[in-house]
Every structure is written in C-alpha cells, then in structure tokens.
Design a protein around this ligand. Sequence first.
Ligand code: NAP
Length: 245
Amino acid sequence: MSTKIDLRGKRAVVTGAGKGIGRTIAQKLHACGARVVAVSRTADDLQTLQTEIDCETIAADLVDAHGASELIEKVGDIDLLVNNAGISVPQSFLETTMDAFDRTMAVNVRAVLAVSQVVVRQMINRKVSGAIVNVSSQASMVALTDHTAYCASKGALDQLTRVMALELGPHQIRVNAVNPTVTLTPMAEMAWREPAKRNSMLSRIPLGRFAKPEEVADVVAYLLSDHAAMIHGATLPVDGGFLAN
Ligand code: NAP
C-alpha cells in the first residue's frame, strides 16, 4: 500500500486559491497529481498561479452565490472540493455592522452551500465517491475578541459540514472541516505583528508557534485522499493544541 497521497485522475476545485492558504492548497493538490480548478476573486492572482502550476481558473466573487454557482456549473465533472475562501472583518460585538456581518456570512457560509450544491449534484449524478473539505477555524469553537461575525460564521460552517456529512454519506461523498489556528499567510503576519497581541495568542498554543500554510494544506490533501476513507463529518483542529487548552 502506497503511503504517498495520490490524487491522480481527480479533478479538484479550490476556492480562494488566489492567495494564502488556498493558493498553497492548490499547489499541494497539483503536486499530488490532481487537476486543479482554482477559483478566486482577483484575476491577477489566478494568472500568477498559472505561471506556477498547470490549472484552470475561474475569477468569481463568491458573495454573488447565484453567479458563482452558474460559473461552477460550467466547470463540469469534479471529484474533490475545497471550500477555502473566507474573510474576516475584525469588529467587537457592539461595533459589528450589518454589512460586515452579511458579507462575512455570504462568503464564509452561504457560498460554501451554493458551490457545494452544484458540485455535489453532479457527483451524485455520476455516482462518484467525492470528497469535500471546508476550511473553518479554531474560531468556530472558542470566542475570540473582535471576531464576532467571523466566529459566528465559522461556527455555522462546522454545523454545515456536519449536516453535509449526514446527508451525503449515503452517497459515499465524504465531508470534513479543518480548523486551523493563526496561519502565517502574508495577511495574518500583518494582523498579528503587534507583539502584545501576538504573544498573548502564542501563549495559548502549546506548541508555541503559529501554523504554516503548508501544514494546513497537508491535512487538507490527506482528508481528500483515500488515506482518510473513514474520516467523515470531522472538524479537525490544525492548531498546535490551542483547542486542548
Ligand atoms: P487570505 O490570505 O485573505 O486569502 C483568501 C483568498 O480567498 C484570497 O485569494 C481571496 O481573494 C479569496 N476570497 C475572499 N473572498 C472572496 C470572494 N468573495 N470571492 C472569491 N474569492 C474570495 O486568507 P487566508 O488566511 O489564506 O484564509 C483562507 C481560509 O482559511 C479562510 O476561510 C480563513 O477563514 C481560514 N483561516 C485562516 C487562518 C489564518 O490565520 N490565516 C486561520 C484559520 C482559518 P481576494 O484577495 O481577491 O479577495
């Protein structure tokens, strides 16, 4: 039995593949042999990704669920889906605006529902054993100051993941979530640069460091692969032990 993750012959959609964790996931899945369809908002990011890996690209704003669904429908047969696109608008509870809340829920939750519905329908029609990973966060399980909408959206995403697992399991479509801690994308490096904030979060991570995008991408590739054939409906921390605290 091969211990290497082998996704040859699979076609994988990755949302939010233009930057950060999603871009690293797209690169990882390509390295594992999958044919990648990279979805993101900024067309320039997708163009530069195409200079790094051979992939199809779709420039779409996932806030527009209807428009995004139509574009994904045109992609055709998909075996693997990574719902990675997500946004965070840091606001305290009393300062959270309706606009920020709606946008956060639209990208982090509603788009996952819309894109997954399109992909799952064709998986069921083709009778393939598909796999889906939703990129959630440790913020789904604990409260983080100034992350009101974000925490709410990731809590909802974990529950969406469980319902998908419940209903799609009989179709042999596996659905899981990964729940990373702070992961050092360029944006997170900026957000956590301030020493007091950084050290306070680091002190709650038993391994004493933040995650690297590659460490999240490795777990996503594993969950999509046959090595995880019996893992279904899980919300898997990639958090250096933060949630064990
Ligand atoms: P990032 O660096 O900001 O990248 C997010 C990607 O998603 C970008 O390519 C972005 O494109 C795309 N995206 C955002 N909104 C979109 C929309 N409406 N339509 C289409 N694409 C959109 O974020 P990240 O840190 O890699 O986060 C990726 C996922 O991991 C998110 O779900 C996040 O919640 C989760 N996560 C991150 C961390 C962390 O510390 N980094 C920790 C836990 C969980 P544009 O730039 O063009 O908008």
